[in-house]
Design a protein around this ligand. Structure first.
Ligand SMILES: *Cc1c(COP(=O)(O)O)cnc(C)c1O
Length: 388
């Protein structure tokens, strides 16, 4: 018998799959088939590339961080500049891809859920441009904490629905979005923001984020004539990291390193379990429930991690390290001062590990850091943290 691919089964080793009610399974089975149909279709690809170029502003540069390299000594550091994308982070790549898929599937409305608001803002942005109605579910508590992001989404024309059920947090927003999907699947597309969730979402998100490493590989070969020694990316759910790793997975000499917050160490301390409809390495509390986490970087604050990262960790193909809030804060300032680039607090976790690693390597080595986003959104918070 022919071996089944990940796209067909949704399993990466023991991780991934889908553990969801039957009525939802039907909807996602249909999505998996439609994704298979369009993902490599030349016309679909042409349109995806068109919007990445004309709207997102790709390709973005692979910038040599000359001053940081000099300061640290050792490996030469390059930054993949996802911070220069429209909306200031990598999330828009995936959002554009999924909206194009939604349109192909005949959906007339898009729904999403958001925790801190970053994915909600990216989704609302692209929905405005494609003129497609957008509903974003957000825990009531989160809407209060992130009032400015709620306002942004509303400016962009989205309907933000505060979810009061449960704890009024991300998980409750996910439940509300899933309920909406099951009820309205005939005209509705659920746009998921990271490389997590039941099959086929992790494959879909990887497919659209892989553009990051497709570009960085071509760029580093042009600039240096060789592949990097290591690629480093921060890991929340794992979408920017899987995109930054994708085209190096079959290059065994390239080290792939994910940096996660010390305060939410799903990869380094998690156990295999099913959460939110898929199996992954995750942090559980004493009752076996997903453990509430806290990271200074809102985008890294997730108790689990995508199934492919869980698999890459267990096979040893990728390494995962933790970075403390203090290290991330320091990296945030160092990159700002040396390169004139204020990184997102999430991305500062990846920078912090590069700061550790570079001096242990030689000037023949190259490190690519995926700069997943810009730090403007974090300046207020860092101000408070540094002046407390
Ligand atoms: C959301 C976000 C992340 C974390 O999400 P991943 O899916 O792990 O990439 C990292 N960096 C930035 C700038 C983000 O907005």
């Amino acid at each position: 018998m022919r071996e089944q691919s990940v796209v067909e089964t949704g399993f990466y080793g023991e991780f991934g799959g889908s553990f969801i009610p039957e009525d939802l399974q039907k909807v996602l089975d249909h999505l998996a088939l439609e994704f298979e149909k369009y993902k490599d279709d030349p016309e679909f690809q042409r349109e995806f590339r068109f919007y990445l170029r004309e709207y997102v502003g790709r390709e973005n540069p692979l910038t040599e961080a000359k001053n940081l390299t000099k300061k640290l000594g050792g490996a030469k550091i390059y930054l993949k500049r996802e911070d220069l994308n429209h909306t200031g982070a990598h999330k828009i790549n995936n959002v554009i891809g999924q909206i194009l898929l939604a349109k192909r599937m005949g959906a007339t409305r898009v729904i999403a859920e958001t925790g801190a608001g970053q994915h909600g803002v990216a989704t609302a942005t692209a929905c405005a441009m494609f003129d497609i109605p957008c509903t974003v579910y957000m825990g009531k508590v989160d809407t209060e904490r992130q009032a400015l992001n709620v306002f942004r989404m509303e400016l962009l024309g989205a309907n933000v629905v505060p979810v009061e059920k449960g704890q009024g947090r991300l998980k409750d927003a996910v439940d509300a979005a899933l309920e909406d999907l099951v009820e309205n699947y005939q005209n509705t597309f659920y746009l998921l923001g990271s490389a997590v969730g039941p099959h086929p979402y992790p494959s879909i998100v990887k497919h659209f984020q892989a553009v990051i490493s497709e570009e960085s590989k071509r760029q580093i070969l042009e600039k240096e004539g060789k592949l990097p020694t290591a690629v480093i990316a921060c890991v929340g759910g794992g979408s920017n990291a899987i995109g930054a790793f994708a085209h190096y997975l079959n290059e065994p000499n390239v080290r792939l390193i994910g940096a996660e917050p010390y305060e939410a160490p799903a990869m380094t301390e998690g156990v295999a379990a099913v959460i939110h409809g898929f199996k992954c390495l995750t942090l559980l509390d004493d009752n076996g429930e997903p453990k509430p986490t806290y990271s200074i970087a809102a985008g890294l604050d997730y108790p689990g991690v995508g199934p492919e990262h869980s698999y890459l960790k267990t096979t040893g193909r990728a390494e995962y390290v933790t970075v403390t809030a203090d290290e991330a804060l320091e990296a945030f300032q160092i990159l700002s001062k040396t390169e004139g680039i204020i990184p997102a607090l999430e991305s500062a976790h990846a920078i912090a590990h590069a700061i550790r690693l570079a001096p242990t390597l030689t000037d023949e080595d190259i490190i690519i850091v995926n700069l997943s986003g810009r730090g403007d959104k974090d300046v207020n918070q860092v101000f408070d943290l540094l002046n407390k």
